[in-house]
Ligand binder design. Structure first.
Ligand SMILES: *Cc1c(COP(=O)(O)O)cnc(C)c1O
Length: 385
C-alpha cells in the first residue's frame, strides 16, 4: 500500500488513493475520442455487478442521483412518507423532499448511531412507502431485522449505502442482497470516481427503468427511431469517471484492510478515560469509512469548535459528519423540533471525524491520538466534577 506524506505536513481527515495505472487509464480515455458514457461505463457496471453478486447495477453521476432514481423506481411521490434517520448527510432527506414526499425521522440507537429499528414500527402509517436506512461511517444497519420488518409491513427499502461500499453483513457484501441499494463514489468515499454513484437493482425491468430515468427517458428503437415516455433526468456517468472507478475497484479489499488496521490502532491508543465515546467496535464487517468520536460536552470546558481548531493548529484536519439534520431550518419549517430525537441530537452535537484513509501511516494515527490527548487533558479543557 502506497503511504504518503511525512508527519509534519497537514494531515487531512481523508484523501483518495489513486494509483499510476488509473491515472494513465484516465489519460487514455481522454485521448480516445470518447469521454462521456461509453465503454468504460459499461465495463465499470459489469465489475460493479460482479461485486454485487451478479445483480444489475447502473452507474450514475452521484450517490444523490442514485437515491433520486431509487425513489423514482419505488414510485415515491406527493402524499407519501419515507422513514429515515436524522443522523446522515442531508442528501438522504433532501431527495425525499424533492420527490414531493415527507421524510419521517426515527431516532438513532446511541450505541451504533444508526436508525433504531425498534422505533421504526411505531413510525409506520398508511402513507409509508419506503424505509431508507443509512450505514453511517460504513457500519451496517442490521439487515436481518431490517428486511424482516420490511417484509412484515410490506415496505420497500432503499438502502443508502453511500458510505458502506465494501462492508459486509453476515459474510455477504452490502449490495449483493436486499432491495434497492445506492452507493456513492464521491471523492471522500472509500471507492471514488471523483463524483459518481450507482444503483443496485432487483431485475432487468428495474434496470431498464433506471436507464430511462437516468438519461432523458430516451428509448432507442430498431431502425434508429427514438421514443420518449418519461421525463428522464440527466444523471449518467462519464467514461472519465468510470475509468477512475475501475482503477479503484482493484484495491477495494486492500483499502478496507488498511482502514481496519488504522481503526484498530485508534482503539488501541485512544485513552478511554477522556470525555469522549469511541465508535462501535469493529466486528470485521465495517469498511471503516470514518472513525468518529463523540465528545461529551458535560465533561469539557471547550466547545467542539474549539476542539477542531486546536486539532487544526496541530496540523490535523477533522470533520463533523453530521449535525442532526432535523434541526436545519428546512426541516424545522416542516415541524421538527429540538428534543424530537435526543440521541441523534447528542451525537450530532459532539461527533468528530478523525483522519482515516488508506494512505495514512501508523505514525499519523499516533500523532492524532497524541493531539487529542494533549488537547483534552489540558487543564482548561477538562471539566472536573
Ligand atoms: C455521500 C453521501 C450521499 C450522497 O452521495 P453523493 O455522491 O455525494 O451525491 C448520500 N448519503 C450519504 C449517507 C452519503 O454519505
Amino acid at each position: 500500500m502506497q503511504q504518503d506524506k511525512p508527519v509534519d505536513e497537514f494531515l487531512p481527515f481523508t484523501r483518495p488513493t489513486i494509483d499510476e495505472d488509473t491515472i494513465q487509464g484516465v489519460v487514455d480515455v481522454l485521448r480516445s475520442g470518447w469521454i462521456t458514457s461509453g465503454p468504460q461505463v459499461r465495463r465499470f457496471e459489469a465489475m460493479l455487478s460482479d461485486f454485487c453478486g451478479g445483480r444489475p447495477v447502473r452507474a450514475l453521476s452521484s450517490g444523490t442521483g442514485a437515491l433520486e432514481l431509487g425513489l423514482q423506481i419505488l414510485g415515491v411521490g406527493p402524499g407519501d412518507e419515507v422513514i429515515t434517520t436524522p443522523l446522515t448527510w442531508v442528501a438522504t432527506a433532501n431527495v425525499i423532499v424533492r420527490a414531493g414526499a415527507k421524510p419521517v425521522f426515527v431516532d438513532v440507537d446511541p450505541a451504533t448511531r444508526l436508525i433504531d429499528l425498534d422505533r421504526v414500527e411505531a413510525a409506520i402509517t398508511d402513507r409509508t412507502r419506503a424505509v431508507v436506512p443509512v450505514d453511517l461511517a460504513g457500519c451496517p444497519v442490521d439487515r436481518d431485522r431490517l428486511y424482516t420488518l420490511a417484509r412484515r409491513r410490506g415496505l420497500r427499502v432503499l438502502e443508502d449505502a453511500a458510505q458502506s461500499f465494501g462492508t459486509t453483513w453476515d459474510g455477504r457484501r452490502i449490495g449483493s442482497f436486499g432491495d434497492l441499494v445506492c452507493f456513492s463514489f464521491h471523492a471522500n468515499k472509500n471507492v471514488t470516481t471523483a463524483e459518481g454513484g450507482c444503483l443496485v437493482l432487483n431485475d432487468e425491468d428495474e434496470a431498464r427503468r433506471c436507464e430511462l430515468w437516468r438519461l432523458q427517458g430516451v428509448e432507442r428503437l430498431p431502425g434508429g427511431e427514438q421514443e420518449v415516455t418519461v421525463p428522464g433526468a440527466k444523471l449518467n456517468m462519464t467514461d472519465i469517471a468510470a475509468r477512475i472507478g475501475i482503477g479503484q475497484l482493484a484495491h477495494v479489499d486492500e483499502f478496507t484492510q488498511r482502514r481496519r488496521a488504522l481503526a484498530a490502532r485508534y482503539f488501541a491508543r485512544l485513552d478511554p478515560d477522556l470525555p469522549l465515546d469511541l465508535p462501535p467496535r469493529d466486528d470485521g464487517r465495517t469498511n471503516w469509512h470514518m472513525f468518529q468520536i463523540v465528545l461529551d460536552p458535560d465533561r469539557m470546558n471547550i466547545s467542539r469548535g474549539e476542539f477542531l481548531e486546536a486539532l487544526n493548529v496541530r496540523g490535523i484536519g477533522a470533520g463533523v459528519h453530521y449535525p442532526a439534520l432535523h434541526l436545519f431550518r428546512l426541516y424545522r419549517d416542516m415541524g421538527y423540533r429540538e428534543g424530537d430525537f435526543p440521541h441523534a441530537e447528542r451525537v450530532g452535537r459532539g461527533i468528530v471525524t478523525l483522519p482515516l484513509f488508506p494512505g495514512m501511516r501508523d505514525e499519523d494515527v499516533d500523532r492524532v491520538c497524541d493531539a487529542v490527548h494533549d488537547i483534552l487533558r489540558s487543564e482548561s479543557a477538562l471539566r472536573h466534577r
